[in-house]
Design a protein around this ligand. Structure first.
Ligand SMILES: Nc1ncnc2c1ncn2[C@@H]1O[C@H](COP(=O)(O)OP(=O)(O)OP(=O)(O)O)[C@@H](O)[C@H]1O
Length: 307
């Protein structure tokens, strides 16, 4: 779908030269994750809900993908299928060319809710992911400490998860997921429970780690600012049934800085995403009613009073 461009804003499709060059390099890289004609239907034949229909998308090595869309478009279903926690009804998922048949060490997960094991210390939590791959305890501890150093939490190695702030817990959750050396990191609204300032710090922190570690990221979010700030490409889903609405190449240079959030390219991308999501969201069919609401006499009365 095309939406009218906002006046005074650049065209979100115009990539600055450095971004275009970067996108070209990314697209030349191999596909780590392939979503091959994926469909998902819930419920029986009598009352089916088509959550996903014919999703076709490939994620390149070291790419940062954000998935957005209105509530109910199938974001959580998609990430659960990618993780192998749920099966698709049709199509398939491939990681490095191999079909996904269930959860596996090639895919790490970070969820919205803090998911550290409360009965393990911070260090033991990170060791857990490493030991899962068969590494012996002493070596796992050494590697876990390296990860804690990388995320700046080595002094909390012996602390319990509940002694850490929400942001710190999510940092440990990211370290735990990455320590198992997955090919893809799947993140399902990992920062949505955090306050705005912590959230921005976590976004910067995640991009910093991603710069240093060989990892491909698929990040689900409701927050359009977050998606634009983080992603190389944004996969926009539409609901009922969940289909690919558009894939947007984010026209922002890297490294990203918070100041870019007021740049014309950022605002143009956001305006386009908002229009896309508004037009396909749960209230899209009610837009005619909304127009009627704006005309109600009460609004005129209030403005009369003010004068
Ligand atoms: N276990 C289930 N049984 C039946 N229908 C389901 C089930 N899980 C999800 N659905 C339906 O599938 C569709 C997609 O749901 P999903 O939770 O994946 O969307 P979402 O984009 O993550 O939504 P939100 O943004 O509100 O979290 C919705 O219509 C939902 O009602």
């Amino acid at each position: 779908m095309t939406t009218p461009q906002e006046p005074n804003l650049p065209d979100y499709r115009d990539l600055p030269a450095d971004v275009a060059a970067r996108m070209k390099v990314i697209k030349e890289r191999e596909l780590v994750l392939e979503i091959d004609h994926l469909g998902k239907v819930f419920g029986g034949r009598k009352n089916p809900t088509v959550a996903l229909e014919d999703i076709e998308f490939g994620v390149h090595k070291r790419e940062f993908i954000c998935v957005v869309g209105p509530s109910g478009c199938g974001k959580s279903t998609l990430v659960r299928i990618l993780a192998g926690l749920e099966e698709g009804t049709s199509g398939r998922i491939l990681v490095d060319g191999r079909p996904v048949t269930g959860p596996g060490p090639d895919r790490g997960m970070v969820f919205q809710k803090y998911t550290l094991f409360p009965w393990l210390t911070v260090c033991q939590n990170v060791m857990f992911g490493i030991e899962m791959s068969g590494t012996e305890k002493g070596e796992a501890q050494r590697q876990a400490m390296q990860w804690l150093q990388m995320i700046g939490l080595e002094q909390f190695a012996e602390a319990w998860p509940h002694q850490l702030s929400g942001g710190m817990q999510q940092r440990v959750a990211i370290a735990r997921a990455l320590a198992a050396q997955p090919r893809v990191l799947l993140m399902d609204e990992p920062f949505s429970a955090l306050d705005a300032q912590t959230r921005l710090r976590m976004q910067n922190y995640l991009m910093e780690i991603w710069r240093k570690v060989d990892i491909t990221i698929v990040f689900i979010t409701h927050d359009l600012d977050e998606a634009i700030y983080l992603a190389d490409r944004i996969l926009v889903l539409q609901p009922r049934p969940g289909r690919v609405e558009e894939v947007i190449e984010v026209p922002l240079s890297r490294p990203r800085r918070a100041a870019q959030m007021t740049a014309g390219e950022f605002l143009a991308t956001k305006a386009h995403l908002e229009a896309l999501i508004r037009s396909s969201g749960p209230n899209a069919d009610d837009s005619a009613d909304e127009d009627v609401e704006l005309d109600i006499p009460l609004l005129t009365l209030v403005s009369d009073k003010a004068e």
